[in-house]
Design a protein around this ligand. Structure first.
Ligand code: GDP
Ligand code: MG
Length: 344
């Protein structure tokens, strides 16, 4: 996991070798230091969930000599309490029962290993649909258009601020489009983030047709030769027909101006809202043609298992996770670090 946003990265490295200021090694070392630091903060962010799992596991196993039905019932309750979802819980229990009957599982460590294996399996399968990696889009296509959708308050604007900073820091020209024209404050807030990240923003007055703002932004991105265009959208789910029409119009315009755009449509989900958030997400995926998930506020919940429920039930890759309110509190989701983090 050496890079955050890796499209064209190999090319950029070869140009940097050809006589520019920093060597590949220096850049790589710098990236690795950043990733390591983020890894530590990620582990801290899922601490509440991990502690809750470990405490429950210890209690369940206390004074027990064998894995029986009572123990499995308690385990089921524990898994449900982390919000990994009913379907996932059933899959995990099924695997444990099999392991027990084959006498492959007799202690807590073997049991942990099976749980980890099953969760990892679900998370890895979820990358088969949607867009799991920005490198899947032809590198010649510019700008790479990234739409961000989700209900109000989940963290769309904050995520866009963090994303644009990271993507810019890796040497890409980023442009932000403020297509949440529903509330005046939305554009102002995005403008602050754009200023912080030092990236340009295209915005218009409140009430403007979001598709018109997007059209402007697409023209501007082409004129500036931007690498990435990140689009903020309004989060009204209470009027589904409207939202659908609005998103569809935006997509149509994007696709007309840039081949295959939008290349990604990220649905932002607030981890704290747990199963409710998942229900909202289901509704969004029906109307918005979502290609991936950003799970925010993972730092604020003991039910961090929701990532697995999302992957399993929506069958979409989790692309990024938010672990705080600061600009560098965003990381690329890594299934292995996540699962290890839950059970370490
Ligand atoms: P939007 O309505 O979807 O655009 O949501 P905002 O970006 O305005 O965020 C709503 C609130 O959530 C703000 O107070 C953010 O600081 C906060 N927030 C966003 N992401 C995270 C995160 O990963 N962790 C924490 N703790 N707070 C977050
Ligand atoms: Mg917003």
């Amino acid at each position: 996991m050496a890079f955050f946003w890796r499209r064209n990265k190999e090319d950029k490295f070869s140009t940097s070798v050809l006589g520019l200021d920093r060597s590949i090694e220096e850049l790589k070392a710098q990236e690795e230091a950043v990733e390591k630091e983020i890894g530590v903060r990620f582990t801290r962010a899922i601490e509440k969930t991990r502690n809750s799992i470990n405490n429950r596991l210890d209690t369940i196993f206390e004074g027990r000599k064998q894995i029986d039905d009572v123990l499995l019932d308690e385990l089921e309750e524990m898994l449900i309490s982390t919000d990994i979802g009913v379907q996932t819980t059933m899959q995990v229990l099924e695997a444990i029962r099999k392991g027990v009957s084959r006498q492959e599982i007799s202690d807590i460590d073997a049991l942990r290993a099976v749980m980890k294996r099953e969760l990892l399996d679900i998370l890895q399968h979820s990358t088969e649909r949607g867009v799991a990696d920005e490198r899947s889009v032809d590198a010649a296509i510019k700008p790479y258009v990234l739409m961000v959708v989700g209900v109000n308050g989940v963290g769309k604007t904050t995520t866009i601020g963090k994303l644009s900073q990271r993507i810019k820091n890796e040497g890409n020209d980023v442009l932000i489009c403020a297509a949440d024209t529903f509330r005046a404050a939305a554009s102002d807030q995005l403008e602050i983030w754009a200023g912080r990240a030092g990236v340009p923003i295209v915005q218009q007055k409140q009430g403007t047709d979001p598709a018109a703002v997007l059209f402007d932004a697409l023209q501007s991105a082409k004129a500036r030769n931007s690498d990435v265009l990140i689009v903020d959208t309004a989060g009204r789910l209470h009027n589904k027909a409207n939202l659908m029409a609005e998103l569809e119009k935006m997509k149509r315009i994007a696709g007309r101006e840039v081949p295959q755009a939008p290349h990604e449509t990220l649905l932002v989900i607030d981890a704290v809202t747990g199963q409710n958030g998942l229900e909202q997400a289901r509704q969004f995926t029906k109307v918005a043609n979502v290609t991936g998930i950003v799970l925010t506020k993972l730092d604020g919940t003991a039910k961090g298992g929701i990532a697995v429920a999302i992957a399993k039930e929506l069958n979409l890759p989790i692309r990024y996770v938010g672990i705080g309110e600061q600009v560098d509190d965003l990381m690329v989701f890594d299934a292995e670090s996540y699962v290890n983090g839950l059970f370490s």
